[in-house]
Design a protein around this ligand. Sequence first.
Ligand SMILES: [Zn+2]
Length: 318
Amino acid sequence: MNQIISNTQQQQNMSLDNTPPSGRSRPEELVPSRYAVQVGEIEVLVISDGVLPLPTQMLGHNADPAARAAWLKDMFLPQDAFDWALNVVVVRSGDQTILIDAGLGLDPNLNLPRAGQLIKRLEAASIDLASVTDVVLTHMHMDHVGGLLVEGVKEQLRPDLRIHVAAAEVKFWESPDFSHVSMPPGFPDALRATAKRFTKEYQSQLRLFDEEYEVAPGVVVSRTGGHTPGHSVVRVASGGDRLMFAGDAVFAVGFEHPDWHNGFEHDPEEAARVRVRLLRELAETGGQLVATHLPFPSVGRVAVDGDDFRWVAAFWDY
Ligand SMILES: [Zn+2]
């Protein structure tokens, strides 16, 4: 499935492949940071931007602390804080190369040295920033737009780059409501400042949609709301295969406890409804799911039994 890539494409550095590019030497990382999935005719590459340690209370700030502690214990996770994955996706459909979200970036004030790896890992995957024709943003939290604000990145991007984002998202960040979130201190200010800076930097490249937009053949972004008012998911469909990039609609705890409110959700009740709707859709279609904060490469499927959902990780394809 991952090998449907021609030699010609490889020579042009065009393939979204799991094999390292030949003829280049670079220090090897000890962790895999990209994983390719073929969806019909469309190539999808999950790239890790690294990890972000966050307090566990954020997993479900409306949950009984004992229930939260029990879930962490069952998952063999530490009780105080654990690392959230940061997954970014590159999609190639026809002659378009689409970057879905952009990772956290490298803000030295945040002291998050294990995040913000995207640019280096795109390079390791032989994906030239100048080859990106479109960016799709699931939403404008800094862990999804920050990579575009890393020094020197904008200069490498094409002047005609299109950045697709829901109109409701851009509007939200003009005067964002943080009254329902539960974030560590400092985060709201950092999120506000990053979204503002992003809008200013990329204003002329923003292409707003209301509810849905077909970015490329078989690649459709749809607004869900919930997490943020303009939060959107991307559905990729080709030749009977389906994959959904769900952004921040689904977290690791969300299969067993879809009603737990994540600390980053601006409208947690709506976010929970969105989560259940998407999980039901995925269970029904059998399509693959990729989400920002599920453990890398976060490729899997959703099983359902009544109201109980279960994550079924994909077997890696070598
Ligand atoms: Zn996020």
